[in-house]
Design a protein around this ligand. Sequence first.
Ligand code: FPP
Ligand code: ZN
Length: 317
Amino acid sequence: MFYKEKHINFITSLLDAQGHVTNVLAEHLKMNGLYWALSALDLLDALPQDEQRDFIREFVFSCFNDDGGFGGAKNHDSHILTTCSAVQISAILGFIHELDKDKIVEFIASLQKEDGSFTGDRYGEVDTRFSLCATLVLSLFDSITKINVDKAASFIKECRNWDGAFGQVPGSESHGGQIFCCVGSLIHLNRMDVIEKDKLIWWLCERQTESGGLCGRPEKDPDVCYSWWNLSAIAALNATEAISTEALIRFILKSQDDEKGGIADSPDNVADVYHTNFGIAGLSLMHFPDIHQQINPEFALTERALRTVPYLSHRKS
Ligand code: FPP
Ligand code: ZN
């Protein structure tokens, strides 16, 4: 049983009248938290309307900085993770055309380093998560050529390990979350040739545990969020039939809170907005019948939201 109405109540109860999720998340996670909440509500056909939607729009604009990036909250420094969430929220709520596209693209391009990698902000940490945020936002704005595409792809290639999977930076451990980031980046960069498809699909399938749930690294416990990180890569590689979707669906459904709604990282744990969103997104990837919106594995947005993005009007879903 899928507790759709309870999940809608769980998420909407986390949003205050102004559309903020501050009461459950630290200040710097406000923007990311809003993306998780709105993405889940979009998948459940329950997006906020009218006044609350306008408050969220105001909040997003209030986090925009002069350098062209968005902070996690008002007066916070720009970061590529929060910029990505801000742009995704704008796509979900239909105001992406109101953003200063040129300045955002300039901000993203300014974070690319000589080796093709991206830093998260002006302080210099590098991670393939940031490559995904950069390429996802540029792709949404149809502006991927504003960065050095070849170098961006060769950096991702450097992060590919002997097992066909990907890590955070060259030489770091293969991890399901980074696979989502690297596969997505390569799709946005139109450089799928960097993927050793058979090896990678094999690695991803090996992450299905006896419980049906997927884990992020060998020998780790299953966690609902990998029903998004791993499965989105599997879906993008058209290999969903290589895992048992029935068993994975059962694991996600078991991780629901059947009283208060929401989904936890695993059965009997406490539900949170992050795992609720990625659990529902995973169910959408598996065409679970109670979810009517289709999630796109590269953009982590519904096909409905993507259809409203004017810069993608030439795209076929
Ligand atoms: C696991 O994190 C997940 C990752 C490392 C990938 C996160 C990717 C982003 C933040 C990029 C932007 C995201 C989207 C949806 C556009 P974890 O810290 O939970 O890993 P653990 O299981 O090792 O604790
Ligand atoms: Zn998790």
